[in-house]
Write a protein that binds this ligand. Structure first.
Ligand SMILES: Nc1ncnc2c1ncn2[C@@H]1O[C@H](COP(=O)(O)OP(=O)(O)OP(=O)(O)O)[C@@H](O)[C@H]1O
Ligand SMILES: [Mg+2]
Length: 140
């Protein structure tokens, strides 16, 4: 259908200068097509956190954002190490970020809790040694 927009991004691994590019691009595109500011803000926050996680914890990956009149779906797919315990990873304050990453201001363990908070649905498919796919949906 012509009223469905699909945006795709490649997230480079370990490139903090470019981290956040995909989410800020989506933010601008959604604004341009007239999506409500409150929705744009939620998408931008959730996607930024997921994008940064792909850079810090995985080896980068691919993000696909689908915009329909009903909802915005973000699929963040990486081929990183996977998440051993998803329930634990979802807890506020839990982080495995090393010291050099923490010195850059990341590693509060708030990314995944905020991704859950700002979306209507979040699903994490992960397999150790294979990768992680995070799917988030926000209703219009
Ligand atoms: N894509 C991923 N691949 C592998 N592990 C991940 C991934 N995303 C999150 N994790 C694991 O889940 C933990 C919690 O993630 P979360 O985003 O909540 O915190 P953080 O990234 O450590 O810190 P913050 O997001 O506050 O800077 C991470 O420390 C990491 O161990
Ligand atoms: Mg994080």
């Amino acid at each position: 259908m012509s009223d469905i927009i699909t945006l795709t991004y490649t997230v480079s691994p370990d490139d903090f200068t470019r981290a956040g590019e995909a989410s800020s691009n989506v933010k601008n595109k959604l604004k341009q097509i007239g999506v409500a500011p409150a929705i744009v803000r939620r998408v931008a926050i959730a996607m930024y956190e997921g994008e940064i996680n792909m850079v810090i914890h995985a080896n980068g990956g691919e993000i696909t954002v689908t915009v329909s009149p009903e909802d915005i779906t973000m699929v963040l797919k990486d081929t990183g190490p996977g998440i051993p315990d998803v329930d634990k990873a979802m807890q506020a304050g839990y982080s495995t970020a090393p010291d050099d990453i923490r010195s850059l201001g990341f590693g509060a363990g708030m990314g995944l809790p905020n991704m859950k908070k700002y979306t209507d649905d979040i699903k994490i498919d992960t397999q150790l040694g294979v990768g992680t796919t995070v799917t988030m949906v926000i209703h219009m």
